[in-house]
Design a protein around this ligand. Sequence first.
Ligand code: SF4
Length: 158
Amino acid sequence: MKPHDEIEYLLSPDALFWAMEPFGPPLGEAACHVWDATRFPSQAEQQAAFDGEPVKPERDIPQARAMCRECPLLQSCRRYALDSRDEHVFLAGETAEERRRRWRKSGEVAKRRRQVAELCALKVPTVIIAQLLGRDESSIRNDLRILGGRLPQSLTSA
Ligand code: SF4
């Protein structure tokens, strides 16, 4: 049985999704949510550019960057891009590949510990957390030790 099969008995798909992706995109009036006909010939092409699949990269990426520069959510979007370590979409003026070049190991560890904390708060057994995150159990236990006092109240009082 795969970890995702086992976890269906423990959690709803929504709860699992948010535990695995604990960083939400910025809320508010994102420039990329409105079609800018002066920059993209069609709404679909704009969407494709922000989905990380530009139809004509040499034309679409500079246009997407320009939209991000004018977006009121630019700072929070940059933070989200950093925390989420999204590997596909165009965010805060950068392609996924451009962001990946700046990734540091510390960011990967921070994201994993956040996932561990969220899954633990949902009372997912350590063995399944390890399988979901592709780690061995001892490294998850080590994360939990390090998280210690930073675990949600529901866990520390259990
Ligand atoms: S900064 Fe760019 S990607 Fe982020 S919400 Fe604004 S327009 Fe969209």
